[in-house]
Design a protein around this ligand. Structure first.
Ligand code: MN
Length: 287
């Protein structure tokens, strides 16, 4: 059965994250996020933006996260991350970083020194993935997924799929996830069509990175986010131009979400305990 589109969201504006990330705003109601995005809490997209060369650090300095995971996908440009668990990494074009905040950590997210010096176009996404209550207190972890580690398959019809997480067409994505999640990076050539299988019990959404396409008969273009209704297990895409689409799906966790900025708990009491850990320095610091 074909899936159905719930709604298509185009950017309503933007906000700066630190001085390095010009990120789109999407007016997706929290009730819709909780129902149709779960286990994802947020989809961020900073579309292509040119930065002049500089010797200064651009980005966002030390800040905390707890109770969920941040997944950073670099489409163009280069980032450098560091956290209080001692992890450091450079995120190259086509690469992905999967950071588990778990019981809490501090981290910083900057343009890489090389990228800053040379200047250039940055384009990236950050997804926030919830952790179930039983796993919210796990130790912080960091998966640095190099672009070469992401398997890719060419399917008929001018369709190329990179499997970042979960499985597709017999390929297994390198990301280790705590709940069933699939992330596909789909490139489809102009005038081609594709029919994709979607796990029936997953919530599904799509980020249009570049191009113009028709998904389930509805026109979408770069920077749109598409949320699908639950149910249905196939989705057809026909590309009007060469298009790149990130297709997200995940088994909903269906637990209460009590969020305050960078902290995500499943009860008010747990949120208070996260604050206490943060204020008492338990999330560490970046040296
Ligand atoms: Mn962060």
């Amino acid at each position: 059965m074909r899936k159905q589109i719930y709604d298509v969201y185009s950017p309503s504006g933007f906000h700066w994250v630190g001085n390095g990330f010009k990120s789109n705003n999407y007016d997706i109601p929290q009730t819709v996020i909780k129902k149709l995005l779960d286990p994802f809490l947020m989809i961020g997209l900073a579309p292509p933006k040119a930065f002049e060369p500089t010797e200064k650090q651009r980005g966002v300095g030390s800040h905390p996260h707890a109770g969920f995971e941040t997944v950073t996908l670099v489409y163009e440009g280069e980032l450098a991350h560091a956290d209080s668990a001692g992890n450091r990494g450079v995120l190259r074009e086509g690469g992905v970083q999967w950071m588990t905040a778990g019981r809490g950590l501090m981290h910083e997210e900057f343009h890489s020194a090389d990228f800053s010096r040379q200047g250039g176009v940055l384009s990236m996404s950050q997804l926030w993935v919830n952790l179930p209550k039983s796993l919210k207190k796990i130790d912080p972890a960091y998966q640095d997924i190099e672009p070469e580690a992401i398997p890719s398959v060419e399917l008929s019809g001018g369709l190329r799929i990179r499997v970042i997480a979960g499985e597709y067409a017999g390929l297994k994505g390198p990301a280790s996830t705590h709940t069933p999640i699939r992330i596909l990076d789909i490139s489809i050539l102009a005038d081609r069509e594709a029919v994709l299988d979607i796990p029936l019990d997953h919530n599904t959404s799509a980020i249009i990175i570049t191009g113009n396409a028709s998904i389930l008969g509805r026109s979408v273009s770069a920077e749109d986010i598409v949320l699908f209704d639950r149910g249905g297990s196939t989705l057809d895409i026909s590309a009007e131009e060469d298009s790149r689409i990130i297709l997200l799906s995940g088994l909903p966790i269906e637990e209460p979400i009590v969020q305050y900025g960078p902290f995500v708990a499943s009860s008010q009491e747990d949120l208070m305990s996260i604050f206490k850990d943060f204020e008492s320095g338990k999330m560490g610091s970046l040296s």
